[in-house]
Design a protein around this ligand. Structure first.
Ligand code: GYE
Length: 327
């Protein structure tokens, strides 16, 4: 009985102690090379492709040995990848959680192994803040608010069918994912101020082009008088454009489109007049992530939250920005 309690207590102390000191006891940090295990969400969108490239390129530049996995948008695959990084005794684990909840058990395992975890892009929903050292990524609520604010500010031009009401259909991101939850919340909180604006239908398109296309096809069948599409990312907006064109309508005119991300394909559609407004979400998180990892391993203090800076684009601004756009 006593023995058991003692063992349990020392495991907790070891976990907590190593976390705040200098991270994993991985052999590789000792020879100066940091090993990072990165469990990526998938390859669902243009944003994700740019994000993965940024992480891989920055690791190489920083001389960090990167183990990279693609979870194909499945939480169980991400958990498996994280467990394998724990087994391999990497120095630091980073991941972009596909959904917000359900991470406590595996993060406890990382903590017990003394391996620090840095969240990037998406947050987890947990009561135990000691399960990760830092979270680097966008403010998704603010992104949704910016999308909603543009709609409110331009409401005069948004009642395309002239019936006095602005009927919005929403293409949500992956169900349970932080950007889907927060972008919905931010948008709704702002459009509330205008009683002529309402969301007539809202469904997930899983952040993919195909998903956006299919859901939009269904909306065009079921919804009367759609004025505006609010898509939680460019890819779903691009899928919606295909569905709108196939229905013989003109995207950007017959139906206005607001999206989030500002990747090259989205910006091109915006400059071409097929999308009306894009809120930027920056995928180039690699350099900041590698910097954070280095500091954590060196035992330096790092901020709990690092928010990326972002802007917005109108059609004119997209045309101007496109020639020098990196992704
Ligand atoms: O907006 C979307 C991607 O988590 C911010 O995931 C990211 C989102 C991004 O699939 O395109």
């Amino acid at each position: 009985m006593i023995k058991k309690t003692l063992v349990a207590a020392s495991v907790v102390a070891l976990g907590a102690g190593t976390l705040s000191a200098c991270g994993g006891d991985g052999a590789s940090a000792d020879d100066g090379t940091i090993t990072m295990g990165f469990a990526q969400v998938g390859a669902e969108s243009g944003w994700r492709t740019a994000n993965s490239a940024s992480i891989q390129d920055s690791a190489e530049e920083a001389g960090i040995d990167l183990k990279f996995t693609d979870a194909q948008q499945k939480q169980e695959n991400q958990i498996k990848a994280i467990r394998s990084y724990i087994q391999q005794d990497v120095d630091v684990i980073s991941f972009s959680p596909v959904v917000e909840t359900g991470w406590d058990a595996v993060l406890q395992e990382a903590k017990r192994a003394g391996i620090p975890v840095i969240l990037t892009d998406r947050a987890v929903d947990t009561e135990d803040e000691s399960l990760y050292v830092s979270f680097l990524g966008s403010d998704f609520v603010a992104e949704g608010e910016k999308a909603g604010q543009w709609l409110v500010d331009n409401a005069g031009d948004m009642d395309v069918d002239g019936d006095g009401d602005i009927n919005v259909v929403e293409l949500q991101g992956t169900t349970g994912a932080a950007p889907a939850i927060d972008r919905k919340e931010g948008f709704e909180s702002v459009i509330e101020s205008d009683p002529t604006i309402s969301i007539g239908a809202s469904q997930t398109g899983d952040f993919t082009r195909d998903g956006g296309k299919q859901v939009m096809e269904a909306f065009l069948q079921s919804e009367d008088g759609i004025d505006v599409v609010y898509a939680h990312n460019d890819d779903m907006g691009l899928g919606a454009i295909e569905a709108i064109e196939a229905a013989g309508l003109v995207p950007g005119e017959d139906i206005k489109i607001i999206t989030i991300d500002a990747v090259k394909d989205g910006m091109t559609a915006l400059a071409d007049g097929k999308i009306n407004y894009i809120v930027e979400c920056n995928p180039l998180l690699g350099p900041q992530l590698m910097d954070l990892a280095q500091k954590v391993i060196d035992g330096e203090e790092v901020p709990r939250r690092v928010v990326t800076e972002e802007t917005t684009f109108t059609q004119e601004q997209a045309a101007e920005a496109l020639p020098t756009r990196e992704y």
